[in-house]
Write a protein that binds this ligand. Structure first.
Ligand code: PMV
Length: 329
């Protein structure tokens, strides 16, 4: 029998400036990258929804009409599936496979990209017309389950792609004109966005006189970053990234492994670099003005520290349906 598959995808992201401060209403700048998460949906053969993710529990299939036995990483996706079943139910149930080019829990926005891609694919499955705004809003509900009180920057960039200036939920599309190479290295140090945001919150509550000026300074750096990104001022972007990283360390979200990676980047000619996302582990991003230096950094990290790094590009492609095809089995 011919069966329709719907395949939608959404990009991962790098926060170039402003993470953590963005939670308190300061601006942040995020860019979508050329690595994506894919949500492939077909009609389930069972009378309940099913979810498989190649990165979770070795690709085991879970029924999604119950929460007791599912992995905690699936709770936010369960929320989305339930929201669709409630508002758009038909007689069919979705059978969903998640595939990803992004490392999970590393600061590259894999959970938000998953929620956004899943939302779009379920909207297609239920033949519901969803604007980008609505896709982002649904994914935000899922992000709240995963991360507590997120700023909303991750679901926004995964929905729209490109570059955005994000402040208090308001988005401004940024016309970024940066002729530089971005290199991302994954420290593989596990961390939780929820716990790190909580850590900063507690630090702020106990020591507002220390934390508030740091957050304010991060906000200023972000604003300076806008002009530098628009005018291809690579040296300024790099300098601001490094300054932003130092302030994040002062907030208590650094990690010695991240510092070691940054040292390798500096030795190999990076213009600047910082942790990206919640920190405490996860990924580091650096910018280079030539491919040779970038490649040298990637090789050195691999050989000296066994760290996988890759170069990446800003992608203008937000959430999209890659293909809707039919299968003969
Ligand atoms: O590490 P990620 O990709 O979850 O990014 C978190 C960004 C924070 O600013 C720390 C939190 C947020 O909700 O914006």
């Amino acid at each position: 029998m011919k069966d329709q598959h719907i395949c939608c995808s959404a990009p991962g992201k790098i926060i170039l400036f402003g993470e953590h401060a963005v939670v308190y209403g300061y601006p942040a700048i995020a860019v979508a990258i050329d690595r994506r998460v894919y949500s492939i949906v077909k009609r389930s053969d069972y009378n309940y929804p099913v979810l498989i993710s190649e990165n979770i529990d070795a690709g085991r299939a879970y029924r999604m009409d119950v929460t007791d036995s599912i992995p905690h990483e699936f709770l936010s996706l369960h929320k989305l599936i339930t929201m669709f079943a409630k508002y758009f139910s038909n007689n069919d149930y979705p059978y969903i496979s998640i595939k990803s080019d992004l490392p999970i829990s590393s600061g590259l926005g894999s959970s938000a990209a998953t929620s956004v891609a899943l939302t779009k694919s379920l909207a297609e499955f239920y033949k519901a017309s969803f604007t980008l705004e609505k896709i982002s809003a649904y994914a935000f509900e899922a992000e709240k389950i995963q991360h507590g009180m997120p700023s909303g920057i991750d679901n926004t960039i995964a929905t729209y792609g490109g570059g955005i200036y994000f402040k208090q939920g308001e988005i401004e599309k940024l016309d970024i004109n940066l002729n530089a190479i971005l290199v991302v290295a994954d420290s593989k140090v596990p961390r939780s966005t929820k716990k790190l945001v909580e850590k900063v919150r507690k630090f702020k509550e106990k020591n507002p006189q220390i934390v508030n000026p740091i957050l304010e300074k991060i906000g200023e750096i972000t604003n300076e970053g806008v002009e530098a990104l628009k005018t291809n001022n690579i040296n300024k972007v790099g300098e601001l990234m490094t300054e932003n990283h130092n302030l994040l360390e002062e907030l208590g979200v650094g990690h010695h492994k991240l510092s070691e990676i940054l040292s390798v980047f500096t030795e190999t000619g990076a213009i600047g670099g910082k942790l990206t996302g919640a920190g405490g582990g996860g990924c580091v991003v650096a910018i280079f003005d030539n491919l040779n230096d970038a490649q040298q950094a990637i090789n050195k990290l691999e050989h000296q520290q066994g760290i996988k790094a890759f170069n990446t590009y800003i992608s203008t492609k937000g959430v999209t349906c890659e293909s809707v095809f039919c299968d003969d089995n």
